[in-house]
Ligand binder design. Structure first.
Ligand SMILES: Nc1ncnc2c1ncn2[C@@H]1O[C@H](COP(=O)(O)OP(=O)(O)OP(=O)(O)O)[C@@H](O)[C@H]1O
Ligand SMILES: [Mg+2]
Length: 206
């Protein structure tokens, strides 16, 4: 079955882009390709004007860790690690650890200090989702890809999270691509696309 068809998406640096579409329309599939986690059956992906070579897995992993922060739809935290350790992990892989920044990000997504040393399997779904966002941001990625990052959290925390993404975008010119079922979240972004029958349709947000 072909999920995506003739997709042509250019994500401009420093823009917040949302992708909407019914369940099963291919949002996660598209984001996994944009995040260099899956290789498309045909077509190419360019990152900073360079064509991505999907065969060199080591290099791909390095690019992902350095430049891309990915928030998975189902969080993918490491259960046995604490909240703080989960967020520090991408820093450890890079060899540059800044605990204060990790803690600051956790606080900014609304995770209180009491939770920092709790094992992540003890958290609620929404707490896990917010920790996953902090983890995705910790290496100051140029590109943030978030698959339904607010699907399990209350409106206040969802808006807190979106403001954090907006702040990062403004401070570091970060590009943000998120999928969402929420019109409110989509409105918060600069550009919204709808994915339907494998095709991307753009709608001006203004
Ligand atoms: N690993 C896979 N192998 C084969 N088909 C898959 C795989 N993952 C997803 N699909 C199929 O691809 C289509 C698109 O799925 P995808 O997960 O991208 O949708 P989605 O828009 O993210 O949906 P949701 O809003 O429910 O998260 C669906 O028909 C799904 O069944
Ligand atoms: Mg999905």
């Amino acid at each position: 079955m072909q999920v995506l068809n003739n997709i042509n998406l250019v994500a401009q640096e420093g823009k917040m882009i949302s992708i909407m579409g019914v369940s099963g329309s291919g949002k996660s599939t598209l984001l996994h390709i944009l995040g260099l986690l899956d290789e498309p059956d045909s077509g190419d992906v360019y990152l900073f004007a360079d064509k991505v070579n999907f065969t060199d897995k080591k290099k791909l992993a390095k690019i992902r860790n350095n430049y891309i922060g990915f928030v998975f739809q189902f969080y993918s935290l490491i259960n046995e690690l604490t909240v703080l350790e989960n967020v520090l992990l991408p820093m450890m892989i890079n060899g540059i650890i800044n605990q204060d920044y990790a803690k600051e990000l956790l606080l900014r997504v609304g995770i209180n200090q009491e939770l920092f040393n709790k094992r992540s399997y003890n958290l609620s779904g929404g707490e896990k989702q917010r920790v996953a966002v902090a983890r995705a941001l910790v290496n100051k990625p140029k590109l943030i890809i978030a698959d339904e990052p607010t699907s399990n959290i209350d409106e206040n925390n969802a808006m807190l999270l979106m403001s954090l993404l907006r702040d990062l975008q403004q401070s570091f010119n970060t590009t943000v691509i998120i999928s969402t079922h929420s019109k409110k979240i989509a409105k918060f972004c600069d550009i919204t696309y709808f994915l339907s029958e494998g095709v991307l349709i753009d709608e001006d947000n203004n």
